[in-house]
Design a protein around this ligand. Structure first.
Ligand SMILES: [Zn+2]
Length: 76
């Protein structure tokens, strides 16, 4: 049996929740309600992509890790 997996995404134009097939990820879709265009994006995947703010967080984490490393290299 062919099971189709959907994820829900909010239409940026009309704000309604759309059910998008996973195979349409990354494609341009037409909203069935308002005919606005949107790009299919799984929010979970979008969160995993490095946005500007998460990049800064990573840099900060690297700094902190570097400090820990330095303490290890120079024990009291
Ligand atoms: Zn819409």
């Amino acid at each position: 049996m062919a099971e189709v997996t959907y994820f829900s995404q909010e239409c940026p134009t009309c704000g309604r929740n759309l059910h998008v097939r996973v195979e349409y990820l990354g494609r341009t879709l037409i909203c069935q309600h308002c005919r606005g265009k949107l790009i299919a994006r799984d929010p979970a995947i979008a969160d995993a992509l490095p946005s500007e703010s998460s990049l800064r967080l990573l840099e900060r984490a690297d700094e902190l890790l570097g400090m820990v490393e330095q303490r290890k290299n120079y024990p009291r």
